[in-house]
Design a protein around this ligand. Sequence first.
Ligand code: AKG
Ligand code: MN
Length: 196
Amino acid sequence: MNEFVSVLETDGRVDFFPQFFSCEESDHYFKILSEEIGWKQEPVSIFGKMILQPRLTAWYGDPDRSYSYSGITMDPMPWTPTLLEIKLLIETISHAVFNSALLNQYRNQKDSVGWHRDNEESLGTNPVIGSVSFGATRWFQLRNYKDKSIKRSLELTHGSLLLMQGQTQHFWEHCVPKQSAALGKRINITFRRIKK
Ligand SMILES: O=C(O)CCC(=O)C(=O)O
Ligand SMILES: [Mn+2]
């Protein structure tokens, strides 16, 4: 369904579609993506030290778009029919065209992604990022990059879409924190457009 709420009043635009996919569609995609994606736990360089990321990832996309972040370069795996199907739906609602997708799998409540902005030069000035979630509901936090006391939190539910665009990546950073209560697996896909 295409009902959404806007999360930010200024300095960017973040729209949340809590039930972009029906429960049946979401169950279907969760199962397929769990099985067919080439999930890996990748090392990253943090302050010159190599550590394993606290989640599983995979990178899919058009063959000529490799992606570098946190000291690693990922070559894309070829699109699967399922990813192309989801990509088309997100392109239609966002009026954007994506050529790559970063997938994250949070195995349980201990997996996370730290505060960051999706502001790599290869994403261009005001990237549109379409973020789809399946599985366990997780908190997603946004905080103003300059005044870190200004925060927004929302729960990313099974079958939801979060659309970040405009100046969001300049003015806001985001994270998916660890949680304390037991949680099952969550899969997230962020569709992006990488410049050559
Ligand atoms: O899992 C999420 O909802 C966010 C993932 C994310 O921020 C990213 O991959 O850049
Ligand atoms: Mn991000």
